[in-house]
Design a protein around this ligand. Structure first.
Ligand code: SF4
Length: 151
């Protein structure tokens, strides 16, 4: 008697929903690639050019691992290049991209290509560098150190 009253239902649709997984994949992936490049460079720096060490990671980061870690995460051509306003890049004195909250997209109409510290693409791969921030920098990127170039 009364055994069908308030019977708990725990059989049917208790599945957790996962619908947001794919939304940030692109940005996460780019960030992963950058971080992988940084890690690969650290590994190469400690490897002292034994040859044949870098294999899988260099596929994704070919442009950032062509030289040793002394370039600050960019190909040699950018290591000591000058930015739009003539600031010379010093590979030994750069902020990390994390420290300046670098992102791959503009913010409020501000982006690297209009920043005084931007170093334009030199090898045709579509990305440049920055006189004060380590690693490759996209022309449409942005960070908190942005200063509009008024040249
Ligand atoms: S916005 Fe930041 S990362 Fe981009 S060029 Fe300017 S200082 Fe460098």
């Amino acid at each position: 008697m009364g055994d069908d009253e308030r019977t708990p239902r725990r059989d049917a649709t208790d599945r957790p929903t996962r619908s947001r997984d794919t939304r940030d994949t692109g940005r996460t992936r780019r960030r992963f690639i950058w971080l992988t490049g940084t890690a690969a460079m650290a590994g190469l720096a400690g490897c002292s050019g034994g040859g044949g060490g870098a294999t899988e990671t260099t596929t994704a980061t070919a442009t950032t691992t062509q030289s040793s870690g002394s370039t600050g995460g960019v190909p040699e051509a950018y290591a000591t290049a000058t930015s739009l306003d003539g600031t010379q890049r010093n590979p030994d004195s750069l902020s990390s991209q994390e420290a300046v909250s670098y992102q791959d997209e503009p913010k409020d109409g501000k982006q690297c290509s209009t920043c005084r510290y931007y170093i334009e693409d030199k090898n045709g791969d579509g990305v440049g560098a920055c006189a004060i921030v380590a690693g490759e920098v996209a022309p449409e990127g942005y960070c908190v150190s942005y200063v509009e170039y008024e040249g």
